[in-house]
Design a protein around this ligand. Sequence first.
Ligand code: FE2
Ligand code: FE2
Length: 357
Amino acid sequence: MDNTRIRTSDEATEHARASTLLSPRFYTTDFAAMDRLDIGPVRAEWDALLAEYEGDNNHDHFQRTAEFNDEVARLEPTWSAELRQEFLDFLVSSLTSEFSGCVLYNEIQKNVTNPDIKQLMRFMARDESRHAGFLNQSLKDFGLGVDLGGLKRTKSYTFFKPKFIFYATYLSEKIGYARYITIFRQFEKHPELRFHPIFRWFERWCNDEFRHGESFALILRANPALLAGANILWIRFFQLAVYATMYVRDHQRPQLNAAMGFDVTDYDFEVFRITRDISTQVFPQTLDIEHPAFRAGLDRLLRAAEGIERAKARGGVAGALSKAGWALVGACTFVRLYILPTRRQPLPAQVRMAPAW
Ligand SMILES: [Fe+2]
Ligand SMILES: [Fe+2]
C-alpha cells in the first residue's frame, strides 16, 4: 500500500526525509525549560540509572560479526519483491526513528546546562547513534545507505514543549522496546523464520530502549504536575496517537509480518499490551485496549487511511473529494476512540521496572 519504492540510496534518504502524518519526525524543544527541571524527588533511582548508562553494557554489541556478514552474503534471493520493499521500508523507518532520537538528545545535550539532563542526554545520544549506524549498515548491504548528515540538515523539525517531548519519547522508547522484544521472542520460538541476522541483535538492543524509557519515566515522576490535571488529556492523546500510528503503519506491511509468522493485528495488540503494562509506572490513566470498540475503531482508522491512499492515487476532483471524505471519517474515528473509557490506577511508589518480557 505504501507505494514509495526504495531503489537507490537517494530514494532511501528521501523516504527518511518525507514528512507525513505517519512517518517518524525530528523534534526540537525549549532548552531553557529543560534547564529548569528538577529530578531531586527521584534522586536515588536516578543515580542508579545513570550508573547503568556509565557501565555501558552494550558497548560491544553494535558491531558486525563475521557470522553476521556470512549470513548477509548468503541471504536467499527467495524474497518476493513486496517482502524486499517492506523490509527496506521497515529498515528506513526504524533508522529514521533511531536517528530522530539521536539528533534530539544530542541537541538537548548541547543546549542545556542542567547537569542531570545534560549527562542523561549524552548517554542516550550515544546509544541511538549506535542503533542508527547499525541499521544503516544493513541498508548499505543493499546499496541503500541513508545520508544521515544530509537528513539532519534537511528534514523538517517539529517544535514540542518539553512535556510533549517527554510523553512522546517515553512512549516511543517503551513501544520500541515492546516491538523489538516481541520480534526477538518470535524468532526464538521459530528460528526457521528468521530471514535476516539483524533480528538476533534485538534482545540486547531493546534493553537500551527500555532504559531510555525509564529515564523519561523518572523525569515525569519527579515532576508530578506533568501527570495530573489537564495533562491527563494530553497523556491519553499521545497514547492513542502512538498506538494508532503503529497500527496503520504495520498493516501496510503485510508481507513482512507474514514472513515473521505474525498476524499483524495480534502482533500489534501484544505490543500494546506490553506498552500499556509498562506505562502504568508513569501514567495514571491508560487506554482500555481490550475494549471491543477500541479494536473496531483502529480497524476503521485503517480503512480510512487506505481510503485516503486510494483517493490520492485516483487524483482529480473525485480523488480530492474522496480524500476529504476519508479524512473526515479518520478524524471522527480518532475522536470516538479518544473518548472511550480509560483504565485508572494509582502510581507505584517505586518507579523503575525490569525489562522482563
Ligand atoms: Fe534506539
Ligand atoms: Fe531509544
